[in-house]
Design a protein around this ligand. Structure first.
Ligand SMILES: [Zn+2]
Ligand SMILES: [Zn+2]
Length: 159
């Protein structure tokens, strides 16, 4: 197989296959493409137990990268349902991810660059504001408390 599944039904079938093969447990929820995901390769939804896959990411990394992403999300899935440590920092998660040869992080190269450059912080209430363009600090104040904003990070021009 060299192409990524062309629709949600095939994506779900692939996820079920990986679940049985690598985790020896069935995947009983839903897996679908989400074309609005940008900064992650995929995500596991704690409330519905569904998995969503970033379609553009999958197109860029191909089927092998997609399988890695599904494995990663299945680690969250199976551990969460089993009541074990399902977060990245949990020992259970790290152990299971290693056992199935999963990946820790999405391939950054295949994700779009961050869509903001500047990070501002309110000096009174601490609220954060992410902006593509510079803010005129004489004109703009915190939307929550009207406090003064301060530039705390500039991630530089986008590549
Ligand atoms: Zn994760
Ligand atoms: Zn504020």
């Amino acid at each position: 197989m060299s192409e990524i599944p062309g629709n949600n039904d095939d994506l779900l079938a692939l996820t079920k296959d990986i679940s049985m093969r690598d985790f020896h447990q069935p995947f009983l929820h839903n897996c679908r493409y989400n074309s609005r995901l940008r900064s992650v390769g995929g995500r596991y939804l704690l409330t519905t137990h569904d998995i969503e896959i970033n379609l553009r990411y999958a197109l860029r990394v191909g089927v092998d990268g997609l399988i890695d992403t599904i494995k990663h999300e299945l680690c969250h899935y199976h551990l969460h349902l089993a009541g074990r440590g399902y977060r990245h920092r949990d020992k259970d998660f790290q152990w299971l991810l290693q056992r199935v040869n999963g990946i820790r992080y999405a391939d950054r190269e295949a994700l779009p660059p961050r869509c903001y450059r500047y990070e501002y912080k309110c000096q009174s209430c601490g609220a954060k504001y992410l902006r593509k363009n510079r803010i005129d600090l004489k004109k703009f104040v915190c939307g929550k408390c009207r406090g003064k904003l301060r530039l705390v990070a500039d991630s530089g021009p986008q590549s």
